[in-house]
Write a protein that binds this ligand. Structure first.
Ligand code: NCD
Length: 324
């Protein structure tokens, strides 16, 4: 069995297995458009009093979270419930057992229940790919270390399209700790797929090379339609390493304040937000903020992902939504 730590590189090769959603790198533009169209059709169902669709009745979706999560775990659970699937959420936060070994055992144990989908969040890069190989279930990567978080990228695209009416040509400035961010890695790839562009802004030590154009000058956000704010991922920083002189200096140089934004710009954040550090509370609570829209998109996009993995694609979408 693979030791996950040997798969420690920044980017794993595409899985080439379309039964799973492991990485944005596995998706084509058509896949993205199909998933967003499905999400949109589910949005209508979520405006009714009876929000439940019978589509995945009798299916079993397991959510396995080895890292803390509020939005991702709750939205996957609710998405499964809204599609009438059985769902169970297991939180393994704080486990001190050897991670590779415990993941193997967990995968084997959970396989005994014959799940249709396993949604996995894990601190190790490649964990979702590992479980995809170890079980017959379809696997959704809900975050593997600093590597990938594909459903976050999809819900962000959905949020941007709803806000701007388009994705093509949109300019997104991603500001903050890019080096440790799976959200940034997935989002940059997803933006490229749909004809939008990204610039990465932040302290030099937190800007990886080769992903997208980078700058440490916060003035560069002026050209962006969307300012996408990330927190300092201190849990992924090596102890003792100084990526920024201090949080106070970070806020002074890169914090997103009302003064740094221009009219018409929208602000996004995947959460959890640290108000007063990377984002000023006045921005978080302003009309420019799309943070609540992102959470709402998370539900319907995750419904779309579960639906897409367990059915046959766009033709079935209409009938599934129509059945309700
Ligand atoms: C992100 C994550 O877990 O990668 N949050 C999320 O999924 N909503 C970003 C973060 O933790 O900063």
């Amino acid at each position: 069995m693979t030791d996950l730590r040997v798969v420690g590189g920044d980017l794993l090769p595409p899985s080439d297995d379309r039964r799973h959603l492991l990485s944005v790198a596995d998706l084509t533009r058509d896949d993205v458009e199909r998933l967003l169209a499905t999400a949109r059709s589910f949005a209508h169902s979520q405006e009714r009093d009876n929000k439940k669709l019978p589509t995945l009745r009798g299916r079993l979706i397991l959510n396995v979270f080895y890292e803390s999560s509020t939005r991702t775990s709750s939205s996957f659970e609710l998405a499964a419930k809204r599609l009438s699937a059985d769902t169970m959420t297991l939180k393994a936060v704080g486990s001190s057992v050897d991670k590779g070994e415990s993941l193997k055992d967990t995968a084997l144990t959970l396989s005994a229940y014959d799940p249709d989908v396993i949604v996995l969040r894990h601190p190790e890069i490649g964990a979702a790919q590992f479980v995809a190989r170890a079980t017959d279930a379809r696997v959704v990567n809900a975050g593997d270390g600093k590597h990938q978080h594909p459903t976050q990228a999809l819900l962000d695209l959905h949020t941007m399209r709803e806000a701007f009416g388009r994705l093509d040509g949109l300019q997104v400035a991603i500001v903050g700790d890019i080096t440790h961010s799976r959200v940034a890695r997935s989002l940059v790839q997803a933006l490229k797929l749909v004809g939008a562009s990204a610039i990465l802004v932040g302290p030099p030590a937190l800007l990886p090379v080769g992903l997208a154009p980078t700058t440490s000058d916060i003035a560069a956000i002026a050209d962006a339609d969307v300012v996408y704010v990330l927190r300092m991922q201190q849990e992924r920083m090596l102890a003792g390493a100084n990526f920024v002189p201090s949080l106070r200096e970070y806020t002074a140089r890169w914090g997103i304040t009302p003064e740094r934004l221009r009219d018409g710009q929208r602000v996004m954040h995947p959460g959890p937000m640290n108000r007063g550090v990377e984002i000023d509370a006045r921005v978080a609570d302003s009309d420019a903020s799309l943070v609540v829209d992102q959470v709402r998109s998370g539900l319907i996009v995750r419904m779309a992902v579960l639906y897409d993995l367990l059915t046959t694609g766009p033709v079935a979408v209409e009938s599934a939504v129509g059945v309700a």
